[in-house]
Structure formats: structure tokens, C-alpha cells
Write a protein of this length. Structure first.
Lengths: 120, 112
């Protein structure tokens, strides 16, 4: 049981290049999330998804696009990378909306190991 | 959601109890307190949550004051591997909007 897997773990881009980060979970979770974390700051939500085929904006969605074509995968895309997007990106998933509860208990987040992106 | 206030850093001796405080004075009746931690270079990890009663699991204990305006996460016998940033989060149950915000947390350093 791998949990949440992110690929790639490291990537260096030049300004203007595009790339996609892949998040895969094997827990059959409905909800998936993309966060970014910058030095000295907490995690900021970029986009999230409440189920296959759905996406929603978080706190800092500009410059990113996402897709959830399959329940187990959540892709984060950068169409034209900028140095301000240099960050560590974390994917997470949960069985229900994070912070909420179901009959099974609290909907806690399970995070991936992170993807470190540098834009030159 | 209620805002939380945590000290930016704390130290603890290995083998001693680590008590991490969190202030959430504006918490409302249907908001839960969650704790996560993030070990360096890893993704955050869920620790525990509670509403108004004290909670304990294999990782930690959570003490919530009677007025619910503050809480304390207790690691009973801290080890070097407990060195991490600890996040206290207040979140509303139910609803359709995403409601879980990570602040800057407390950096706990466990010293040998």
C-alpha cells in the first residue's frame, strides 16, 4: 500500500517552460489536493478536487491548472513556469472533505513526499 | 474558520514530555482542533484531533481547555525523531467548502 505517490521528486525548469506534476493515490479517496510550501511559510492550497472529473480553486490558483480524469490521479500543470513558482509541492488525499467527518471518523489528509521544483 | 496562534519554536529534552500549546480563542462550537506534523523534507502527517474532550492515541494526547479557547498537544516521551514542525488547525465539520488551513506551526527541536 503506497499511499500517495508524487512524481517527479525533483525538477529544474527554465522560465516559460511547461511541466506536469503527477499525484497518484491507491486508497480510493474521493478528495485530492495540491499545496505549495515556500520557506518560512505554511502550506497554501493551490487547487483541489472533490471527485473524478471535478476541480476547484484554492488560495493560490493563478498560474496552475489541474485535471482529475481518473479517481486515483490528480495532475498539476504549469503552462509557462515563472521563478515565483519555485517551491515544494505536496499532494494530499482524503476520504471526505478535509476537516469534515463521515461515519468512519475524521477526514484526515494523507500527504505525498513532495516534489521540489526550481524555475530558473 | 477560527485562527490559531502557536509559538514559532520550542525545545525539549529527549525522553521528556513535549507540551505544544495552541491558542484558538475564536473557536466556535462546531469546530474541531486538528494537529499535524511535518518532519523535515517530508509531507505533513496527521497526529490527532478533538472537539472538547481530551483525546489520546498511539502518537500523542490532546488536552482541550473547558472553554475550548486553547489546547495542548502532548508527546509523552519525546525522541529525536519527533523533531518537526507541528501544526494546530481548527476546522469546521460538514459543509461543502474546503476548510483546513495550515499556518506556520511550531518547530519542536528534541535535543539529546
Amino acid at each position: 500500500n503506497a499511499g500517495v505517490t508524487q512524481t517527479p521528486k525533483f525538477r529544474v525548469l527554465k522560465t516559460g517552460q511547461s511541466m506536469t506534476l503527477l499525484c497518484a493515490q491507491d486508497m480510493n479517496h474521493e478528495y485530492m489536493y495540491w499545496y505549495r510550501q515556500d520557506p518560512g511559510m505554511g502550506l497554501r492550497l493551490i487547487h483541489y478536487s472533490v471527485g473524478e472529473g471535478t476541480t476547484a480553486k484554492g488560495e493560490v490558483p493563478d498560474g496552475y491548472n489541474v485535471s482529475r480524469l481518473k479517481k486515483q490521479n490528480f495532475l498539476l500543470g504549469l503552462e509557462s513556469a515563472a521563478p515565483s513558482q519555485t517551491s515544494v509541492y505536496f499532494c494530499a488525499s482524503s476520504s471526505g472533505l478535509a476537516g469534515g467527518f463521515t461515519s468512519s471518523g475524521a477526514n484526515v489528509l494523507t500527504f505525498g513526499a513532495g516534489s521540489r521544483l526550481t524555475v530558473l | 474558520d477560527a485562527k490559531t496562534t502557536q509559538p514559532p519554536s520550542m525545545d525539549c529534552a529527549e525522553g521528556r514530555a513535549a507540551n505544544l500549546p495552541c491558542n484558538h480563542s475564536t473557536i466556535s462550537g462546531n469546530e474541531y482542533v486538528y494537529w499535524y506534523r511535518q518532519i523535515h523534507s517530508q509531507g505533513p502527517q496527521y497526529i490527532i484531533h478533538g472537539l472538547k474532550n481530551n483525546e489520546t492515541n498511539e502518537m500523542a494526547s490532546l488536552i482541550i481547555t473547558e472553554d475550548r479557547k486553547s489546547s495542548t498537544l502532548i508527546l509523552p516521551h519525546a525522541t529525536l525523531r519527533d523533531t518537526a514542525v507541528y501544526y494546530c488547525i481548527v476546522s469546521r465539520s460538514g459543509g461543502s467548502n474546503y476548510k483546513l488551513t495550515f499556518g506556520k506551526g511550531t518547530l519542536l527541536t528534541v535535543n539529546p
